[in-house]
Design a protein around this ligand. Sequence first.
Ligand code: ATP
Length: 333
Amino acid sequence: MTLLDIDGLKTYYGADDGWVRATDDASLSIERGETVGLVGESGSGKTTLAKSIIRLLPDNAEIVDGSIEFDGTEITELSDKELRRQIRWSEISMIPQNAMNGFDPVYTVGDQIVEVIRHHEDDTSKAEARERGRELFDDLGIDPDRIDDYPHQFSGGMAQRAMIALALALSPSLVLADEPTTALDVVIQDRILETIKEMQEELNSAMIMITHDMSVVSETCDRIAVVYGGRIVELADAETIITNPRHPYTLGLRNAFPDISDDDQELISIPGSPPELVDPGEGCRFAPRCPFAEEECWEVTPQPESYGDGHQVECHRADEIEHLQAEAGKKET
Ligand code: ATP
């Protein structure tokens, strides 16, 4: 059953030189309990897409077009008050990139968890909310007595776990996890990802996992949306994205993580940097970096084409990708 249906979403930031088209015509739907990865380089628009869903955008951002339907409710039409009361934390929660920024430094972590629970559950007493916080801490491997600590008394890994506790405290149907482990060291990263997955499965929450790390999404996600220049350029189940991608950018991303790529496939590298998102104009945004770009790519913005089983690709040359890859391989050898 569809939980979230994003259609033609455009979220732009006002800047001195024009609109930054950070999310530009994105469409994506998510089933209950499903995990979808948003993967792409820094600045591709992943966070903007996630923050649009929970409407936690900065003041200079505007949702200029499109719809976000969550469980039958049109998110873009809710007032801030309705959103806080009905949706944020209780139905959709977010684990931010850096948990320390998610907590208010002047209150204890426990008080903040109690506050979020009681804001949504009138009948829950302070003592009950606190007990739930302690149980979540315990589940997440934090000593429950640390609930009375202030955020600055936590290590980065503990703060991230506490943020996960907060994000899961009201059993939301959708969790937005924005690079939940990048600020942490590698050993802790794996443990935290495992914990998030376990808790998510227990609650049967859907999750959007944002990362630039292809190996993280390949291990944790059912489907993967590859984001480039504010657009979802390829969308498919995780296995297809890893073993049979059709967008040249996905090929390049995958090859940046050689441990997940198939040895038989030719490696395509992607030099260059992400595109300018202020008035990017017509044409494929990846064309300047694409080894296979031809005239049409520079002039016409590709639209999503279906390749069966929910596999969608925005690329004029997606039909020819295997041949193009093989040719590129021959030239290199
Ligand atoms: P990262 O992994 O670095 O967070 P991202 O893929 O999540 O990157 P976004 O943070 O969504 O990308 O940024 C998308 C684009 O929007 C970038 O070009 C960025 O510079 C721009 N942007 C983000 N926030 C603002 C803002 N408040 N004002 C203007 N432009 C912004």
